[in-house]
Design a protein around this ligand. Structure first.
Ligand SMILES: NC(=O)c1ccc[n+]([C@@H]2O[C@H](COP(=O)([O-])OP(=O)(O)OC[C@H]3O[C@@H](n4cnc5c(N)ncnc54)[C@H](OP(=O)(O)O)[C@@H]3O)[C@@H](O)[C@H]2O)c1
Length: 306
């Protein structure tokens, strides 16, 4: 399959490029500011996906068999800094790619997030009504509606949980962010009352490429790890795994948080997908095994006293 992959330089997209390449697909990866080379992608296009004209011209020129949309402004504070770009990327682009997929009869996968929920009624079924608390969650919910509304016969919207694993920039994933803080000498406060169901970007990519090759899971589906955990449990497990002092992770609660309200529990019901794909949801222990010491912090890490 020829796959037009947006967000190829991101955490989810770069892992997807590798998984798709391993399955023998041709990946044309779109980056914004990111690197000129993405492992797994046979070609890189540097495009501003906020432009309808740019996106339309490139997709029509390439005539892909599948479109995978892993581009986004993926953090709430960045959405708040530039709401117009966030609207174009997170809410408008999914509909545009859907219309193009419909026009080309191409398979369309659009990546979304558990942040479309408010966290008060977990675990969430794929059919649960979105109730976002943040601008990011609101725009992603709009993007889902736009994606589903344009190419229903070809589209799967897949909601993902907090992603672990290794990113191209070494600064995107859960443990990479912990390392960035620890290397600056900071203790991390992690909430004991904030539940997520993490999965590695590599495992999500394996599920995504299976979905891409099939046409029997249309509409909205969920994918996540095998176990809901508090952020504190996750951070403490990362510290233990890398043999770092456990007191570098301090327990806190959401009540300590000054910013926008945070969803307490974003656990997802992963059926009907889980059990029907060859890819299986991973435990957190399996995710830990895949985490490498992020490149920028390797020297710092290896100089730590044993
Ligand atoms: N990370 C998570 O924990 C998580 C959890 C649940 C769901 N998701 C969803 O998964 C998807 C991917 O997230 P991610 O974490 O992989 O995101 P990410 O690492 O922040 O990557 C975002 C991607 O979007 C691209 N992009 C942003 N603005 C662009 C523009 N104007 N033009 C071209 N490309 C642009 C970036 O390109 P450059 O970097 O090259 O500029 C990058 O490749 C999103 O839909 C997100 O909502 C992520």
């Amino acid at each position: 399959m020829k796959i037009f992959l947006t967000g190829a330089s991101g955490l989810a997209g770069s892992n997807f490029a590798l998984a798709a390449n391993r399955r023998g697909h041709e990946v044309i990866g779109v980056v914004g500011q990111g690197p000129d080379r993405v492992p797994g992608a046979s070609r890189i296009l540097r495009l501003d996906l906020r432009s309808e004209e740019v996106v339309t011209r490139n997709v029509l020129d390439l005539f892909p068999d599948a479109i995978v949309n892993a581009a986004a402004i993926s953090e709430n504070h960045l959405c708040e800094q530039d709401p117009e770009s966030a609207r174009l990327l997170n809410a408008v682009l999914p509909g545009l790619l859907g219309r193009l997929a419909n026009h080309l009869s191409a398979r369309y996968l659009h990546l979304s997030t558990e942040q479309v929920f408010d966290g008060r009624a977990a675990p969430y079924l794929p059919g649960a009504k979105p109730s976002p608390l943040s601008l990011y969650g609101r725009l992603k919910a709009e993007g889902e509606t736009a994606a589903r509304g344009t190419a229903a016969a070809f589209t799967t919207v897949i909601r993902l949980p907090l992603l672990t694993g290794n990113s191209l920039t070494s600064r995107r994933s859960f443990h990479e962010r912990l390392f960035a803080q620890w290397a600056e000498g900071k203790t991390v406060t992690a909430f004991t009352d904030e539940i997520r169901q993490p999965c590695s970007a590599e495992n999500a990519a394996a599920a995504l490429i299976e979905l891409c090759e099939r046409s029997d899971f249309l509409g909205t589906v969920h994918w996540a790890g095998a176990e809901p955990l508090s952020r504190h449990a996750m951070a403490a497990a990362v510290a233990r795994h890398f043999k770092l002092p456990e007191d570098w992770v301090r327990p806190g609660t959401r009540a300590d948080h000054a910013g926008a309200p945070r969803p307490p529990d974003l656990s997802l019901v992963t059926s009907p997908l889980a059990g029907r794909l060859k890819t299986e949801p991973e435990s957190f222990a399996q995710q830990l095994e895949k985490m490498i010491v992020p490149r920028p912090f390797q020297e710092w890490y290896h100089q730590l006293p044993a």
